[in-house]
Design a protein around this ligand. Structure first.
Ligand code: NIG
Ligand code: FE
Length: 405
C-alpha cells in the first residue's frame, strides 16, 4: 500500500477541536490551525498530521511518495451537502420577473417554478442529462468541493424520476473516488398538475418508485419539500416511514417560505438534516439544538430570492450543528460556488471563522451521515481540500477568487 506525504503546507486547518465537540459551540482554537504542517495518508485513511518538525522518522523514509506543498493551505474536504443539479431548461426569465416585482410563489402558481424545470428536464434524454450533470459536477469540483449531494426532483413522473436517480448513480461511478457523490431521492419536490393532491402523487408515484430504487440499492437518502402547496405532514410521515423500512436516511426542506414546524418534524424522524429554515422559530431552533439533525443553511437561496436569511446566530448559540450548502438549482438559487457563498454569508449570519469552516466541512459531511471525514485526524478518511494560497484567511477574504488546487 503506497503511503503519501504532503509536506510543508503553509497551514493546515485540522478542525480537530470541532470534531471533538461534534461541530457545536466552537471557539477559534477549534479550527486547529497548524503552520508548516504535513499529512501522511494511504488511500483509506489519514495516518499522521502535525507540524513538519514533529514528523516521525519512519514516515520520512525513502520510497514513499513525498509531495512538496509549501505555499498552500489544506482544510478538511469542502462538502456541498445540498444541490439539485440534474435539470434541463432555463429559468432566467423568472429571475427577471422577480426583479420586476413577482414573488417566487406567484411565478410557481402561474406554471413557472419547479414545474417549468420539469418540462425542460423531460425535453432531455438520459444521456444528455448525464452530460450536463457531469459538467456541473466538474465545475463544482473546480472550486475545491470534493463531496457533492445531488437530489433528483425535476422528473416528477415514475419513469423520469427513475431515470434521474440512475443518472446520479452513473455519475457517482464515473467521478469516484476523486469526487464523492451522495444520491438523494426527491421525487416529492412538487405535485404535477395531473394529480388531484399530493396524497395521490405520493401513492401512485413517489412511494412505489422509492420501493423500486431502494431494491436496486442505488439511493443514499430521501428528501421532501415540506411546504404549503407542496407536501404535507402526512406526506412526510408516509415517505419517512417507507424510507425507514428500507433503512434509508431522511432529509427535509423545512420552513423555507412559512413556519410549518418542519424543523420539529425533522427531529421527530431523526433526519440527517433540516434544510433552509428561513422561517424557523424558537421551538424549531430548540428542537434542532437538542438533536443530531444538522441545521443546513442555504444562504444563496435567501440572496437569490431576496428573502430574510435564517437565524443562524440563534441556532449556533443554542448549540445546533450548523452546515451551509449551495442549494444549486435552476429556480431559487442558480449559483454553485459554496466557498464564495460562505464568504459572503458568514458576516451576515454573524458566524465566526471556525463556525464558517465547520459549516462547509465537518457539519456538511455529517448532514450526509459521513462521520468518517470532516476533520484532519489520524483514522479518518483522507478527504481534504487544498488551496493555492498561504493562509486560511485568504481563502475566504478574496471574495469569488478561486484558490482551489
Ligand atoms: O431548494 N425548495 C424547493 N426546491 C428548491 C427550489 C427549486 C426550484 O425553484 O426549482 C429549493 O429551493
Ligand atoms: Fe433545495
Amino acid at each position: 500500500m503506497t503511503l503519501k506525504i504532503f509536506r510543508h503546507f503553509s497551514e493546515i486547518a485540522t478542525l480537530q477541536g470541532a470534531h471533538h465537540k461534534d461541530g457545536r459551540r466552537l471557539t477559534f482554537e477549534d479550527l486547529g490551525v497548524l503552520k508548516d504542517a504535513s499529512i501522511v495518508f494511504d488511500h483509506e485513511q489519514i495516518l499522521w498530521v502535525g507540524e513538519d518538525r514533529h514528523l516521525p522518522e519512519n514516515f520520512a523514509q525513502k520510497g514513499m511518495q513525498e509531495i512538496d506543498v509549501s505555499g498552500k493551505v489544506c482544510t478538511p474536504e469542502v462538502v456541498d451537502s445540498h444541490t439539485h443539479l440534474v435539470f434541463g431548461g432555463d429559468r432566467s426569465l423568472e429571475y427577471s420577473m422577480r426583479l420586476n416585482g413577482a414573488s417566487y410563489e406567484e411565478i410557481a402558481n402561474a406554471g413557472g417554478g419547479i414545474l417549468n424545470s420539469t418540462r425542460g428536464t423531460h425535453a432531455l434524454s438520459r444521456k444528455e442529462l448525464l452530460k450536463l450533470a457531469h459538467q456541473r459536477v466538474k465545475t463544482i469540483r473546480s472550486y475545491g468541493v470534493g463531496t457533492i449531494e445531488i437530489k433528483s426532483g425535476y422528473g416528477l413522473s415514475f419513469d423520469k424520476e427513475y431515470e434521474i436517480a440512475h443518472v446520479i448513480h452513473d455519475l457517482k461511478n464515473i467521478v469516484r473516488p476523486e469526487i464523492q457523490i451522495f444520491n438523494t431521492f426527491m421525487a416529492a419536490h412538487a405535485v404535477p398538475k395531473e394529480f388531484a393532491s399530493s396524497y395521490d402523487y405520493m401513492k401512485d408515484v413517489v412511494l412505489p418508485l422509492l420501493d423500486k430504487l431502494a431494491e436496486e440499492k442505488i439511493l443514499d437518502a430521501v428528501d421532501i419539500f415540506h411546504e404549503q402547496n407542496y407536501f404535507t405532514d402526512d406526506d412526510v410521515a408516509s415517505l419517512f416511514e417507507r424510507a425507514k423500512r428500507w433503512n434509508l436516511k431522511v432529509k427535509i426542506h423545512a420552513d423555507e417560505f412559512n413556519d410549518n414546524k418542519g424543523a420539529m418534524l425533522a427531529t421527530k424522524y431523526e433526519a440527517l438534516s433540516a434544510d433552509h429554515l428561513l422561517k424557523t422559530c424558537d421551538d424549531g431552533i430548540k428542537a434542532l439544538s437538542s438533536s443530531n439533525t444538522v441545521a443546513t443553511l442555504l444562504p444563496g437561496t435567501g440572496f437569490f430570492l431576496g428573502k430574510p436569511q435564517a437565524n443562524a446566530r440563534a441556532l449556533l448559540d443554542a448549540g445546533a450543528k450548523v452546515a451551509m450548502a449551495s442549494d444549486f438549482n435552476p429556480g431559487s438559487c442558480h449559483f454553485d460556488n459554496l466557498i464564495f457563498l460562505a464568504s459572503l454569508a458568514a458576516p451576515q449570519y454573524r458566524m465566526t471563522q471556525a463556525e464558517m469552516w465547520c459549516a462547509i466541512t465537518l457539519n456538511a459531511a455529517h448532514a450526509l451521515g459521513l462521520k468518517n471525514q470532516g476533520a484532519l485526524i489520524a483514522g479518518l478518511k483522507p478527504r481534504f481540500s487544498i488551496f493555492n494560497t498561504d493562509t486560511l484567511d485568504r481563502v475566504t477574504y478574496n471574495w469569488g477568487k478561486n484558490f482551489a488546487n
